[in-house]
Structure formats: C-alpha cells, structure tokens
Design a protein around this ligand. Sequence first.
Ligand SMILES: Nc1ncnc2c1ncn2[C@@H]1O[C@H](COP(=O)(O)OP(=O)(O)OP(=O)(O)O)[C@@H](O)[C@H]1O
Length: 277
Amino acid sequence: MNKEGVIIKSVGKSYPQRDGSHRRVLHDIDLEVAQGERVMLVGASGCGKSTLLRLIAGLELPSDGTIEVDGIPVTGPGVNRGVVFQQSTLFPWLTVWQNVTFSRQLRVNMNVDDSQVAQAVYRSNALMNIMGMDHVRDAYPNQLSGGMQQRANIARALVSSPAVLLMDEPFGALDAQTRETMHDLVLHLFNAEMTTVIFVTHDVEEAVYLGDKVVVLGSNPGHIDSIYDIPFGHDRSHEIKFTPEFVSIRNDILNRIRATTGVRTNQDALRKMTEFR
Ligand SMILES: Nc1ncnc2c1ncn2[C@@H]1O[C@H](COP(=O)(O)OP(=O)(O)OP(=O)(O)O)[C@@H](O)[C@H]1O
C-alpha cells in the first residue's frame, strides 16, 4: 500500500556556477511528513528552505534522492500539490471566483461530468465562505488588500484538494495585524480540511504557532539541523504565545538558528578594511 504523506529521502541539490563548478545548496535531506501534519521550515537566510519547497512542488528536480507524495514520485508539478508563494499569483484579468475555480475548471474541462462540476462549485463556494471571501467574489485582484489576495491564493491552492499544501512565506509581505488574522484563519481551515502543510517562514513565532513540527535547516549546504515537536494540539489561540512553554520553545529555536549562523569573521579582510578607515 502507498504510504500517505510526503517522504523525502537523501535529497540533495546543486546548482551550476559560472566557472563550470557546482555549488551544493542542499545535502542529504531526509524528512517524513505524515498525512495531516503541519511542518514548518525555518533557518538562516539562504540555507535552502525555498529550494526544498520548490523540489517538493516539482518546480525543480533534486540532484540526488527522491521525493514521494502519497507514494507517487515527484517528477514535476502536479495537482496533488498546492503551492502558495509570498507574492500573489492570481491572474489579474480574472475575478476572485474565476481565479479560485481556475485549476478546477481546467480539470473539469478535461473530463466533463456533471457531478464533478457540481462538486467543484460546491467546494469552491464552501472555501470562499470559510475564508470570509463571499463579498469579494466578483472583484478583481487589484481591488483586494494583500491579505485578501492571499486568502484567494490559498483558496485556489486548496480547491483541488491537494495531498499537501506548500507555502513559501505566504504572510511575509503582510502587516502584523493582518498576519495574525491570517494565522487564525488558516488554523481554522487546516483543522476543517485536515490539510498536510509544509510551510517556509522566517518568523519563528509563526512557525511555533502554526506548526506540529518545526524543522531547523542549517546552511552550507542546507541540511536538517534539528526538529522540534510542538506540543499544543490543533486548537490554538493567540494566548498560548504568552505561556512559558511557548516562549521557551520559541527561544530554543531562535538560539538554534543563531548557532547555525555563527558569524565567521575573516580576520585578514577585517584588518585590511580597518587599515583604510
Ligand atoms: N536557480 C538557482 N541557481 C543558483 N543558485 C540558486 C538558485 N536558486 C537558489 N540558489 C541558491 O541556493 C541557496 C538557497 O536559496 P533559497 O532561496 O532556497 O534559500 P532560503 O533559505 O529560502 O533563503 P531566504 O530565507 O533568504 O528566502 C542560496 O544561496 C541561493 O543563492
């Protein structure tokens, strides 16, 4: 039987450099994400978080190792993976409703079946409703706030019931207040849908608040440094952020990230620089 969830085995990624050499960006990544689990990827800037997410999305292929989603090897993008980026990817010439139903519409067009059409419409309506988007259904993306655009991106990614939702700093460009609203909204949504989520963020508080697990990636090349289990269950509210347990896990993770980035000073370069001060 196919194992459900995402299985990443011995994955590495190298990019060619101008001088013909290859630079290793990810090395020997082993990670299993169970069905319904929410895994947050954190780590220093440039450690390879987005690269790993792109590999799972199938937007790029690994140089080594394999990735499977529900037992199916990832060989390119596919409908079993929904992706949400920091920048909105809505089509500006389509309304919110048309954007949300777009990918579903493509599939429905391929195998026309009345019950599928009805199901797609029902699911899209339910998603729009749960995400508080009924009133912007006929609006165009440029008429929406950043938070509302991200709601539409998330709804669009979820409408085809992907096996896993991949999110790359989806709230990174939003103000703090909107981000908090989005946190509660996605928690509600993930609970309702039992969504499997892999989520890249710089914000450790966001990672601890939304995740079941927080994976810290180390750098040069990117590798799994440590994994933290988050013991708060799925029914969370902002008050937990003030509990000693939350603060302690957040600080442990922040310290761990700092430890992976220890600033290595080139003493020679420093001396030369200060000579000409
Ligand atoms: N297409 C590419 N070609 C060459 N190098 C790349 C390519 N994509 C990413 N890299 C390099 O791989 C490394 C990891 O990049 P990546 O964007 O995955 O890191 P990140 O942890 O997501 O960074 P940030 O937190 O700043 O977004 C970086 O050094 C980046 O320059």
